[in-house]
Each structure stands twice: as C-alpha cells, then as structure tokens.
Design a protein around this ligand. Structure first.
Ligand code: MN
Length: 410
C-alpha cells in the first residue's frame, strides 16, 4: 500500500465555524467509533449539565460558552483518552464559572471526574505574569498541582481553544495568554512528547506576540512551500519505484511543511536566511518495521548523496521525550538539499501524540487499528499519577532537558 499526504501548518479556524449542535454531533460521532463501545449517555449527561450550568454565558466572541467546552472535548477525544476525562473536559469550567461545585460533580459523575475538574480549576489559579525568570519553577508547580496527567491534557487543550478565538480579548490579555503559552504550556506539551499539540500552541500564539514577524514570514513562505512541494512531487515517483524494487511495498510518504513558529526560531539562528533552511518541506517516509527504516535509509543514500553532517539516528538514540526517527539530509535532484525523515507508524504516532500514544500502545498491545476507549479493568488513575510522578522526577533531574528537546521536529 502506497499512500501520499501533504501536511501544512494547521489553521485555527476549522472548528470555530460550527454551531453547538454540530459540535456536539461531531463529539458523539468520534465517541461512537471507539472500541469497545462507550457509554454515550454519560457524555450526553455531562454535555447537558455543562450547557445548563453555563446558561447563557458567552465567549468574548459572542458565541455560546458551551462551544468552547465542546471543542476542548472533541480535541481530547481524538487523543483516545478515557470517558471520564472527556466528561471532565466538558465540565472543566463549572467550578470556576458556575454555581455548581465539586460535590455536585462528584454526586452526578463520580469521584474521578470531580477530581479531574478540581485539578483543572487549581491549575488555572497558577498565574504567569510574564516577568518571572524561572519559568521552570512554574512548569514544576503546574505538574505538581495537576497530580494526574489527564488534568494537564485538559488544561493544554483548553488553552489551545482559548487561542482559537483570542483576537476577541483585550490586547494585554491576549499578550499575557500567548506569552504564557509560549513560555509554559507549549514547552510542557513538548516535554510530554506531544509535538503536534506543542506546535499548534506555538503557531497560534506566534501572531499575537510577534505580529509583524508573522506577517513577514507567512508572506515569505507562501510561494516557497508551493515550489518545494511541486519539486517533491516530481522526485517522489522515482523514489517510490526504487523502494518497491527493493521490496518495500508498504509505505506512506508525507510532505511535511515546517510549522511557522519553529521556522521562525530556526531563521533567527540563521540570520533570517531562508536559503539555509533545508527542511522547509521535509520528506517523511513511514514504514511498518525498524528493519525497513534502515533499508529505506540505505536506498535513499544510494540514490542521493549524503549532505555533510546531515545524518541523525534517533531510532538508536531516542530524544529524551521519546522521539524516534532517522533524519538524513541529502543532495537530491538538481543538487537541492532535502531532509528525509524515516520512521515506523508507531514512532510516527508517538512523535505526534507523545505520552497519550504511549498509553494507547501499552494498554492495548495492538496496532493502531485498535483505536478507542480502554475498558476500566485496572486502577487507571493510579497509573496516570505514577506516570506524572515519573515525568516530574526526570524533569527535576535534568535541568537542560528542554534545551535538549529543541531539535526540529516540525
Ligand atoms: Mn476553559
């Protein structure tokens, strides 16, 4: 099976255009695809409770408040967490913004949901002023307050949605939220290996903090992305032919356009010289096994000459947050410099979802074909807490941890 795909930096408008009913339907639709089937009436009850409790509260944009809760729940549901976390995400602003209390939630939805909602409420109280030098301390405080990784997941997706409609807030609030995201929440997401989410948090904050730079950058790369993809479309068919001739016939090729903020950061290191950026659009090859990763690497090196110092083996030597892939930079057709990333499907899933994907794998011990909710046959919450504790310990023991993560995933 050969499959090709182009990934551009995601735009934030997608979910914003929907009304309450269609958002709710989307949530139910994703939940319906979970295996084994999950209790949809539980989520319906959480939705109705949130809708009733928030009443006619509105977002600054004027849309009903419940839409924010639904969007947060939708994104969380895509991560295949458990049903209690989805319910908690719908209820996450209840204690803070309505008359209902933690006890009410406990009574109607059980201890676990109440614990998660209370956790989000506590984390919300940790305020970043934009002047603290030691952002590490705030990250640690957030981890300690969260107690359970799922609290952090809800908080991160809550933040993502708050960035979607941030332009309706007053300017100083916009800046505070975006800065806090760049300094605290995006690094936390990367810390947990959730590179896709971290990238989105950065890309949505970027125009708020650096508006001029954002406009410059997006104008600058518009044509460059297109040129590059056109170029890749021409060189991929012969590559595909080589792969199949060498017995690799089950692979997926992606053209990954670099994320805006990540590109901006890299440009700062290269005197804003776009010609120095070789991975503006990288070629990503995804195969079923590790053996095939190295086979593909060999084939790539046979076709194209290796660029000096252009090779990194993060399969043999994973990044501290678990990231695995082989990266190689080569002189491709017409002597153009090209970055190729090679990984298995499992590594790919983990590179995007981080710890959430790890959870799916370790619990189901099945391939990705198995997507969905895990039956509650074990003390799950204990595992989540233990996991968080483990991360916290690693976190405090390596001061340069975040520095070491600053490689160009995206
Ligand atoms: Mn919220």
């Amino acid at each position: 099976m050969i499959h090709r795909e182009i990934t551009y930096p995601e735009q934030k408008t997608n979910l914003l255009k929907q009304d309450t009913e269609s958002l709710y339907q989307e949530l139910i639709q994703i939940l319906s695809s979970w295996t084994p089937p999950t209790d949809l009436s539980f989520i319906e009850r959480a939705f109705k409770t949130a809708k009733y409790a928030h009443g006619d509260q509105k977002r600054e944009s004027g849309e009903p408040y419940i839409n924010h809760l639904l969007r947060t729940a939708i994104e969380l549901t895509k991560m295949n967490i458990d049903i209690n976390t989805v319910a908690a995400s719908l209820l996450h602003d209840i204690i803070e913004d309505t008359r209902l209390t933690e006890k009410d939630i406990m009574k109607d939805f059980g201890n676990e949901v109440a614990f998660l909602v209370a956790g989000v409420t506590k984390v919300d109280k940790i305020k970043y002023q934009g002047i603290e030098r030691d952002t590490e301390n705030i990250k640690k405080m957030i981890l300690a307050t969260a107690q359970d990784l799922r609290v952090l997941f809800i908080k991160l997706l809550d933040r993502l949605d708050n960035l979607r409609d941030i332009e309706h807030l007053k300017e100083d609030r916009q800046k505070r939220i975006a800065l806090e995201t760049l300094e605290i929440y995006a690094p936390l997401a990367f810390r947990l290996g959730m590179n896709k989410l971290g990238g989105l948090l950065e890309d949505f904050s970027f125009p708020v903090i650096y508006p001029q730079e954002y406009i410059w950058l997006t104008n600058e790369i518009k044509d460059k992305y297109e040129d590059r993809i056109h170029y890749l479309e021409n060189i991929v068919p012969p590559l595909e032919k080589q792969l199949t001739e060498h017995g690799v016939d089950d692979f997926q090729i992606e053209f990954r356009a670099k994320r805006y903020y990540s590109l901006y950061q890299k440009l700062l290191r290269y005197s804003m010289n776009m010609d120095k950026i070789y991975d503006l659009v990288a070629l990503r090859i995804i195969v079923p096994t590790i053996e095939q990763c190295y086979l593909v690497l060999g084939i790539v090196h046979q076709i194209w000459k290796l660029f000096p110092h252009g090779f990194d083996d993060y399969i043999a030597l994973p990044k501290p947050n678990g990231y695995q892939s082989v990266h190689t930079t080569v002189f491709a057709e017409e002597g153009k410099i090209l970055e190729v990333q090679i990984r298995t499907q499992e590594m790919h899933e983990r590179a995007e979802k981080g710890i959430a994907a790890h959870w799916t794998y370790s619990e189901t011990k099945k391939s990705l074909a198995y997507r969905g909710n895990k039956p509650i046959t074990f003390p799950k919450e204990l595992k989540w807490m233990a996991q968080l504790q483990k991360w916290q310990e690693e976190f405090s023991s390596s001061t340069d941890f975040l520095e070491s993560l600053k490689i160009d995933f995206f």
